[in-house]
Design a protein around this ligand. Structure first.
Ligand code: AMP
Length: 315
């Protein structure tokens, strides 16, 4: 049975935010309950119950170690769900989207803090399933998107998107959301998930929210925790490279090869950084373009020390 984290047990009201207050978690009622669910059956029951009652359900899938980027998705989910709606956040470090030698085992985890942040954000359900239930030993099915996932992250991390689409498909089936919110920080992931939802007829609207950044432009990421202060400064090069390309194309279209060379130089100038890939592509098809212009999307992956960081932006 789902256990509950009750902040102040006395007179706890139902989770309801008056319409005009939906946009801000800062005005939550003093007493807020977030339901903590780990069992798939309990989550499924609740999701279906809400569906039958005609309640909008906005879902934010995450791998936890929550930061302001995740919190912005929760706020967006609250707006998408509306006054009668419910917000579900899942925290699950999905093993099948990590390749061999990647950081699955050391990926940062802090369940207690994540639960607190979800409570403060006015989330209705914190869903954290177990590995044993998500992947029984004889698990043998998957969902795969085969076009948008071919390049960039898909090429660099074989099997990654198959893991992503499989876990997202499973979570959609368990939670039964009417909408799901993803971050533009993982632009290709959002495109792949949207295509999967369309092609496999999941009745869920995919919403993409903007990337939240630190003061110097570094995109917030749970993996930023791995960076030393010096590496963190160098990691700003991803954002700077995007800004450089953006400025260049604002004047006139520029061959992608020239912009790639510039990005390569900028990354090489950082002692601890190593470029994995940089790409300029059409934001709909994700196909690489030969000439970049305003509206073209740029994405890059860079190792800073041992940490692999990604970022992207519209030029
Ligand atoms: P993760 O926990 O890294 O798997 O991310 C969960 C969701 O949060 C994904 O949809 C990400 O795109 C999104 N996300 C991660 N970082 C950010 C950020 N800095 N700004 C906005 N969304 C983000």
């Amino acid at each position: 049975m789902a256990n509950r984290m009750v902040v102040v047990a006395r007179c706890a009201p139902k989770n309801h935010i008056p319409k005009k207050r939906i946009a801000s978690a800062a005005v939550l009622p003093k007493v807020w309950r977030v339901r903590i669910i780990s069992k798939i059956s309990a989550m499924r029951r609740l999701g279906l119950q809400w569906r039958r009652a005609g309640r909008p359900v906005a879902f934010v899938p995450t791998m936890g170690y929550l930061h302001r980027g995740h919190l912005s998705l929760m706020r967006r989910a609250r707006r998408v769900a509306g006054a009668r709606g419910r917000v579900v956040v899942s925290v699950y470090v999905n093993p099948t989207q990590f390749g061999p030698g990647e950081d699955f085992s050391r990926y940062p985890r802090d369940r207690t803090r994540d639960q607190r942040l979800c409570r403060e954000a006015g989330v209705d359900v914190f869903f954290a399933p177990s590995d044993a239930e998500m992947y029984p030993p004889d698990f043998s099915a998957s969902a795969q998107e085969e076009r948008l996932s071919a390049g960039m992250e898909g090429r660099s991390r074989p099997g990654h998107f198959r893991g992503v689409t499989t876990i997202v498909a499973k979570l959609f089936n368990i939670v039964s959301p009417t909408a799901a919110v993803f971050g533009a920080k993982d632009f290709q992931q959002a495109a792949v998930v949207r295509r999967m939802a369309r092609d496999l007829n999941f009745p869920v609207r995919i919403v993409v929210a903007p990337t939240v950044r630190e003061a110097g432009g570094l995109a917030m990421s749970s993996r930023n925790k791995y960076l030393t202060p010096a590496q963190r400064r160098q990691a700003g090069v991803l954002w700077r490279a995007i800004q450089h390309a953006k400025t260049a194309v604002a004047r006139h279209p520029v061959p992608a090869a020239r912009l790639k060379a510039a990005a390569r130089r900028m990354v090489a100038a950082q002692s601890e950084a190593r470029l994995d890939y940089v790409e300029f592509f059409d934001p709909e098809t994700l196909k690489p373009v030969k000439t970049a212009a305003p509206g073209t999307r740029m994405a890059l992956a860079v190792y800073v020390g041992g940490t692999r960081l990604i970022d992207n932006g519209e030029l």
